[in-house]
Write a protein that binds this ligand. Sequence first.
Ligand code: FES
Length: 157
Amino acid sequence: QMQSVTNSHSEQPTGGLHFVGKKDDLVAAKRSFRTLEDRDVLIVSHEGVFYALDSYCYHAGGKLDHGDIEEFDGKLCIICPKHKYKISLAKGECLSKAKDPSQDSALPRWYSKGVKQRTHLVTEINGDIYVKLSTEPGWLESDYYQGEKGKRTRAIA
Ligand code: FES
């Protein structure tokens, strides 16, 4: 019987990490656009923390690059300039404010529409910043604007 041998050294700690710039430069730039493995990603530096997410809004492909950043319901969000959807930087959740229709007197409250925008991992190694693309399985709505069909749509968005 043959025995298969696996090479345990094949997995490198930097596997899948894309160098995106020097920390100081990215902090100064605040927003940086990068294309990694054909995916357009926005890297945001905000108050000492880095975030990375798909750069086209899941709703209709709006460009998030110039979106304002504000906190809603305790979550830091980027506001899509196009229709003002609020997308959490950490998780890509879309937050919305609405009244509960079953309660007449209820005040509007924030709720999450769920994770819609793909977010990516940012790592710092000795002053260099790397992004590892999300490997979260399944379809997220922002994936559409990274594919061929979505690319055509977003050109006119
Ligand atoms: Fe972003 Fe509509 S495209 S809110």
